[in-house]
Structure formats: C-alpha cells, structure tokens
Write a protein that binds this ligand. Structure first.
Ligand SMILES: Cc1cc2nc3c(=O)[nH]c(=O)nc-3n(C[C@H](O)[C@H](O)[C@H](O)COP(=O)(O)O)c2cc1C
Length: 189
C-alpha cells in the first residue's frame, strides 16, 4: 500500500500539516510521502490519497481543485481523504454559535463529495504570519471586516491532526486486509 499526501499551500502551513500526516502514516506502518500537487506526475502510482489545500476567500487553491477534477476517475476508485487548512484564532464557534470548521468549509467540498466520494473531509485550523503575506493578501487583511477573522498566529491543532492521521492508517490497514475493498463502504465500489 503506497499512500501520498498531496498538498497545495501558499505560505507553507498546509505543507506542514501534509508532512506531519505523512510522517504519522509512516510511523503506523504505511508507506507515505507528502508531495506538492505540482510534483505528482503519475497519480496512478499511488494506492491511497490524502489531499489538502489552504483556503483563501472560501475556496481551495486553484491547483488543488484542478488536481481533484483532473484525476476524478482515478480518485473515485481509491481510498481518499480530503482536508482544508483555514480558520484562524482560538474561537471554535462563530457569533451565532455555529462550529467554525463547519461554516468555513470551502465551496468545492460539496461538489467533491459527489464527484470522488472522499471517506472524510476535515477542516483544520491554520496559520497566519503577516510578515510573509503577499501584497494582495496584506491589503485584504487591512479591511475591517477581515481583521477579526484573519488573526495572527499558528492555530494548528497537532493532536487533532494526529488523531485523524491515525484513523486513516487504521482504515488503510483494513483495506489491505480485505482484497477489493480499496474504496470502502462509502466509495460505492
Ligand atoms: C487574505 C486571506 C484570506 C483567507 N481566507 C480564508 C477563508 O476564506 N477561509 C479560511 O478558512 N481561511 C482563510 N484564510 C486563512 C488561511 O487559509 C490560513 O492562513 C492557512 O493556514 C494558510 O495556509 P498556507 O500557509 O498553506 O497558505 C485566509 C488567509 C488570508 C491571508
């Protein structure tokens, strides 16, 4: 079983999450690498995928969306998980009391659920380091409406991410044990 954690990241924090997940999968006994989306030349070489993108203005990065749509036939037949790295701050609920991870789900995810039937999609809290931001993002962050949502800091919850990675490792172990179960019960094989 050869898994790949594919990521799209503008400032590196999603790459950090992808590398961490790959390391946890390896420690659990699954062969796994983290690869930037542009580095995955032959997706057919992999048996399982974890695909993650940073979120900007409620959307995945374009290259991540293109990877999913461009490889949908392959991905629909592989065990596959998605994650998004986005919300910032220490609050876990918005002003209306709704779970921030649910309300910040990127727009593409509903379509991906139909298209490739991921086993799961998780939203993880992200990172904002204002000294790294490009001009356009710095300008957006200055808008009064954006300032509160775009809090500075590293809000990644490594325990949460580790628990998720280990649940993936367990599912992959089960897939290996049962021939032909590569997409699992949710995958509709
Ligand atoms: C201009 C700007 C817009 C953002 N928009 C969103 C958004 O709509 N939803 C969200 O959850 N996070 C948003 N974020 C937070 C980023 O997703 C977060 O900083 C993420 O960890 C960045 O990942 P990267 O370092 O891999 O690029 C935004 C950040 C910036 C700077």
């Amino acid at each position: 079983m050869k898994a790949v954690v594919v990521y799209a990241s503008k400032y590196g924090s999603t790459r950090g999450i992808a590398e961490f997940i790959a390391e946890k999968l390896r420690r659990a006994g699954t062969q796994a690498d983290a690869r930037h989306i542009g580095e995955v030349q032959n997706p057919g070489d992999y048996d399982a995928f974890v695909i993650g993108s940073a979120v900007y203005m409620m959307h995945w990065l374009k290259e991540a969306t293109e990877f999913v749509t461009g490889n949908r036939a392959l991905l629909a037949n592989r065990p596959m998980w998605l994650f998004s790295s986005g919300p910032l701050g220490t609050e876990t609920k918005d002003a209306q009391g709704q779970d921030l991870r649910a309300v910040t789900e990127p727009k593409e995810i509903a379509e991906f659920r139909e298209l490739i039937k991921p086993r799961d999609h998780r939203v993880f809290f992200g990172v904002l380091d204002s000294s790294k931001l490009g001009f356009g993002h710095r300008m957006i962050r200055k808008l009064p409406a954006a300032r509160k949502a775009l809090a500075e800091g590293d809000f990644r919850d490594w325990n949460d991410i580790e628990a998720w990675a280990l649940s993936i490792a367990r599912e992959l172990e089960t897939s290996q044990a049962i021939p032909g179960s590569n997409k699992g019960t949710q995958g509709g094989l």
